[in-house]
Design a protein around this ligand. Structure first.
Ligand code: ZN
Ligand code: ZN
Length: 73
């Protein structure tokens, strides 16, 4: 049963490698918020005035963005 142990270890390593990638995927605004501050970027401040979040710095994450192209309706 050594093979299963090796597979489990490999799986764990891939999971552990994935977590920091998610943690590092923070926007400037999220980082500022985590520090208890407000993002000082001009674009973010302007967006906040309008009660929005800066779309430039906080692009909406698409769950699956496989563009085929040329399929605009
Ligand atoms: Zn920002
Ligand atoms: Zn911004």
């Amino acid at each position: 049963m050594k093979l299963i142990k090796t597979l489990m270890a490999a799986l764990w390593i891939s999971v552990l490698l994935t977590i920091p990638a998610f943690a590092a995927d923070k926007t400037c605004c999220e980082k500022a918020k985590a520090d208890g501050k407000v993002c000082s970027h001009k674009c973010c401040v302007a967006a906040k005035k309008d009660g929005k979040v800066c779309e430039k710095c906080n692009p909406k994450q698409k769950p699956d963005s496989n563009k085929t192209g040329g399929q605009n309706k």
